[in-house]
Design a protein around this ligand. Sequence first.
Ligand code: S3P
Length: 174
Amino acid sequence: MRPDNIILVGFMGAGKSICGRLLARRLGRCFVETDEMIVAHEGRTIPEIFREAGETRFRQLEGEILELLKLKSGEVIATGGGFPCREGRMEVLRGLGTVVWLSGELAALYARAGRAGTRPMLDGRSVQEIETLYRRREPYYRQAQVVVDTTGLGVDQVVARVLAALRETHALGV
Ligand code: S3P
C-alpha cells in the first residue's frame, strides 16, 4: 500500500513551510521539511551549502533525502522549491502519498520569497531569469495530484483549501 504522506511542492514563496506546519497541526501529524533535513544532516545552512559546495552538491543532498522520505508514512512533508524538479522525482513523490502543489501568481510568490529571507536561487537573478526558472519547473509541479491556488489567500485559508481538496480526493481516509 502507498504510504499516506501529504507532500507539499511549489515554487519559493508558495508557503510550503508555514502552511505545512499548520496543516500538520490540524491533522495531528508530524511535519518535516526537506531543507531542514539537509541542514541537520550537513550542520550548515542552505546558503552555506550553496556557497561552500555549490548547487550541484545541494541537489545531490536532495536526492539522498528522497531516499529517507521513502521510510516515512502519515507525515506532512514540505519540499524545497527545486526538490521535485528532476526527471522521475514527481513519480517517486506521488508514490509516497498525495502531492499537493501550492501554486500562485509568480509576482506574489516572488514578493513573498524575497521577503522571507535568504534564498540562494534568487540571489543575483533578474526577475526575467526567475520567471524562466519558474516556467521550467511548472511542468513538474503540475504533476501533483492536488493543486491549490494560493493567490490572495492567507495561511489559514490555504490550509482550509488543502484540507477540503484532500477530503475530496479521499486522501485523508475520511
Ligand atoms: C530552492 C528552494 C529553497 C531551498 C533552496 C533551493 C529552489 O526552498 O530548497 O534554497 O531551488 O527553489 P524553499 O522553496 O522553501 O524556499
